[in-house]
Design a protein around this ligand. Structure first.
Ligand SMILES: [Fe+2]
Length: 283
């Protein structure tokens, strides 16, 4: 079966820096029914399960995130009423979901390969959320296609290049310390700059790397399938942000932001790769 309908022209215009919608045919698959998702949650290790009460705000302080007092399985069983947000991470560990991820990305890669090289590290995530839940303001480090399977979801997405919305240091910090909490500070005045996409079952949205977003669920349970990958270019950008973050933290200097000078980026990146080669030769 063909999984996706992608407009090649739109893809070429927007990818990999700007959001755009597409269509998919996964909405009726049994893999996304709650009983199957419950089974899947039992097979995944604890570090692949994250959930909390969904009664949060876009600028939620991660330290104050309310728990819901339930187990993962109880949360899924009661998702209609328990006002919660839950993610099953790296569901590609399960062969059935790996096959779905591969089927979708096999259709994406020919398009993505026109813009980027070395596509790799496929991964998939399933978000299960109660009616009215909010996913706080954050950004991700993967090329991400969010496929809406059940319920309605409204994505408020922001320009990845707008440093008033997301400061350079916030991006650097995320690449220096990958375990830092994803939530970013949100101010109400940001909202007028949002690009808003309402997604229903069968709709998909491309979410660019470092493009901050927050999500509002509709009045029903929502299930979304997020399919992600990396590229040579995203790896290079990650290394540059990490280097800049370390230069700023350790040496107190203000490095040229990533993307401002292709020459400077190339110079720094060749230095990083040379240092890595030297390190790999040391005993
Ligand atoms: Fe996200």
């Amino acid at each position: 079966m063909t999984c996706l309908t992608v407009a090649a022209e739109t893809f070429d215009q927007c990818f990999p820096d700007y959001g755009f919608t597409l269509q998919h045919r996964l909405a009726d698959l049994p893999e996304f029914e709650l009983p199957q998702l419950l089974d899947l949650s039992r097979k995944l290790p604890a570090d692949c399960l994250e959930y909390n009460a969904g009664t949060v705000v876009p600028g939620q302080d991660p330290d104050q995130t309310p728990r819901n007092g339930l187990s993962v399985q109880e949360t899924i069983e009661r998702i209609e009423q328990c006002k919660s947000w839950l993610v099953l991470k790296h569901v590609e560990r399960d062969p059935q979901y790996r096959a779905l991820l591969d089927a979708c990305l096999d259709e994406i890669y020919p398009h993505a390969g026109r813009k980027l090289t070395g596509l790799h590290d496929r991964a998939a995530f399933i978000f299960i959320t109660s009616p009215g839940s909010v996913t706080p303001f954050h950004f991700d480090r993967e090329h991400n296609f969010l496929l809406q399977v059940r319920g309605e979801k409204t994505m408020h997405q922001f320009d990845k290049f707008d440093r008033d919305i997301l400061p350079e240091t916030a991006i650097e910090d995320k690449y220096v310390d990958g375990s830092a909490h994803r939530n970013q500070p949100f101010r109400d005045e940001f909202q007028r700059k949002a690009q808003t996409f309402t997604l229903n079952p069968g709709d998909g949205l491309f979410v660019p790397i470092n493009s901050p977003h927050w999500v509002q669920n509709g009045n029903e349970v929502s299930v979304s399938f997020s399919i992600t990958f990396h590229s040579d270019q995203s790896d290079q950008m990650a290394r540059l942000y990490k280097l800049n973050g370390m230069l700023r933290r350790r040496l107190g200097i203000n490095p040229t932001p990533v993307g401002h000078s292709a020459r400077m980026d190339a110079f720094k990146h060749s230095g990083i790769m040379a240092a890595q080669r030297v390190r790999s030769l040391l005993p």
